[in-house]
Structures are given as structure tokens and as C-alpha cells.
Design a protein around this ligand. Structure first.
Ligand SMILES: C[S@@+](CC[C@H](N)C(=O)[O-])C[C@H]1O[C@@H](n2cnc3c(N)ncnc32)[C@H](O)[C@@H]1O
Length: 252
């Protein structure tokens, strides 16, 4: 179990990093993923479209890259939650309502998206509030994954679905592995540093990917937290995995 002191230190670290890079985050993300992020998020959205998705929580929404795409799904009402003030500010700045508003001191939410500050480990929502929860490149940063997974289960309605995108390297030597490692250890931190001028942030990114557990372990953690139908798919060219899990339909 993660102690309250460790959790608070982790919150300080990640908030510092994401507040620092917020203004250039989206541009850098496209650059370091060589544009593939769009394809990976499209794969996730295709899965979301297959299940009931009128109430969606986009956890660790950051600047809202995925949140905005989810809000385009017919009838979907999306809540984007993130602890970083600067990432949320950037997310709101990208709302058309903000761009056309004369009063730039306020950043109104759009009707189909609500951005809210909060942590995955203590979600500020009632039980069974959402049909779908998405997390893209968020779980690597969580201070306590087990607490976050249990909270996600709590706020999902019965038979609700969880979709997670995350970077994970192949554990076993094989085709593509040296290229993956070269990309994560050398190319990604260098591009991130050049694009934002923040070396620490992209060293952090490299380290959290390099130390991240293999997908089988994340699946086990999701099952231990209570998710069923847990599975994962490695997305081409192999550095990103899409996890899926469901809340038991009998959980009334
Ligand atoms: C790499 S960004 C991903 C942003 C967005 N989902 C995307 O796809 O671009 C990771 C986000 O996780 C957020 N984060 C870090 N710790 C968190 C926590 N404990 N609970 C929720 N979000 C957290 C950060 O503030 C940051 O915005």
C-alpha cells in the first residue's frame, strides 16, 4: 500500500512537471509520437463507440486531446478530470466558447464537456455516475494505481467499461525491441526537451515508461480491483497498449 506521504510527494512531482509543460504539451505529444497518437486514440474511440457511452469520464484528461474527440460522439456528455491547473487551463483555452468570448478572464466550459480538478485516487463523483471511463497516458503517473482502479470501478455503472491507453515496452527480447528501447531512451527525451526546453519533464517521461510494469501485471491489478473481461491489445508499432475492463453487470 502507498503511504499518504508517498502519495503527496508524487502529487507534488507530477503537478510540477505537467504545470511546467502544459503550454507546449499537445504540440510535443504529436512530435514525440510522430503523429501516431491520433491513430492510437482513434483505436480507443472505436472501442468506446461499441458500448453505451452517454456519460463519459476522461480521467487524467490533461489538455483535453482525447476529451474533445469523445465529446464528438453523438449525445455524449464528457467530464475531463485532472489535478494540474495549467493542463486544465490549456484544455479550456481550446474550447471554441473561450476563443470567441470577449472576456478572456473566464474560461467557460462547453455544453458537452465539463473540466474538473481532481485526483484519480479520490474521485469527486457519486457511485455509478459514468458508463465509460477513459485514461490516455495517465495511469503511469498515478500515485496509487490500486486506489485509482477501485475508484474507477466505484464511479462506473454496472456493466460500464474502462479503456486505458498506455506506453509499455515489450519485456521479452524480440522483433522491434531494440528500436523501441532506442526510441524511448534516446529519441523521445531528446525531442521532448527540444520542443519544450524542459529536460526534467521528458526524463521523467522516459523513466516512467521504462519502469512501467508489463501489461499482464496491469491486467492482474485491474482484476484484483474488481474489473472483469480484462484484456489488452498492443497497438502498432508496439510501444502503446490498449487495456479494456468492465464492471460486473450484477453489481447493483
Ligand atoms: C501524459 S498526460 C496525458 C494527458 C491526456 N490524457 C492526453 O492523452 O494527452 C498525464 C496527465 O495525468 C495527470 N495526472 C497525474 N497524476 C494524476 C492523478 N493522480 N490523478 C489524475 N490525473 C493525474 C497529469 O496532470 C497529466 O495531465
Amino acid at each position: 500500500m502507498t503511504s499518504p506521504t508517498e502519495i503527496s510527494a508524487r502529487y507534488d512531482l507530477t503537478n510540477g512537471i505537467f504545470n511546467d509543460i502544459a503550454a507546449r504539451y499537445e504540440r510535443t505529444n504529436t512530435l514525440v509520437s510522430i503523429g501516431l497518437n491520433r491513430l492510437w486514440q482513434r483505436r480507443l474511440i472505436r472501442q468506446v463507440q461499441k458500448v453505451p457511452h452517454l456519460r463519459i469520464l476522461d480521467l487524467a484528461c490533461g489538455t483535453g486531446t482525447l476529451t474533445r474527440k469523445l465529446a464528438r460522439l453523438a449525445g455524449a456528455q464528457v467530464t475531463g478530470l485532472d489535478p494540474s491547473d495549467s493542463m486544465l487551463k490549456e484544455a479550456r483555452r481550446r474550447n471554441p466558447e473561450y476563443r470567441t468570448s470577449a472576456d478572456k478572464s473566464s474560461t467557460p466550459d462547453r455544453p458537452d464537456i465539463v473540466y474538473q480538478k481532481g485526483y484519480a485516487e479520490s474521485l469527486p463523483f457519486a457511485d455509478k455516475s459514468f458508463q465509460v471511463i477513459t485514461v490516455s497516458y495517465g495511469i503511469r503517473n498515478f500515485a496509487d494505481r490500486d486506489a485509482a482502479f477501485r475508484q474507477a470501478l466505484r464511479v462506473l455503472e454496472p456493466a460500464g467499461n474502462l479503456f486505458i491507453l498506455e506506453f509499455t515496452l515489450k519485456a521479452k527480447p524480440g522483433a522491434g525491441m531494440p528500436i523501441q528501447r532506442f526510441y524511448i531512451h534516446r529519441v523521445l527525451p531528446l525531442l521532448g526537451w527540444l520542443s519544450t526546453g524542459k529536460k526534467d519533464a521528458y526524463d521523467y517521461l522516459r523513466n516512467t515508461i521504462a519502469w512501467f510494469p508489463p501489461p499482464q501485471m496491469i491486467c492482474r491489478e485491474l482484476e484484483e480491483a474488481g474489473f472483469v473481461q480484462v484484456s489488452y491489445t498492443r497497438l502498432s508499432p508496439g510501444v502503446v497498449v490498449l487495456f479494456t475492463g468492465q464492471k460486473n453487470g450484477d453489481d447493483k
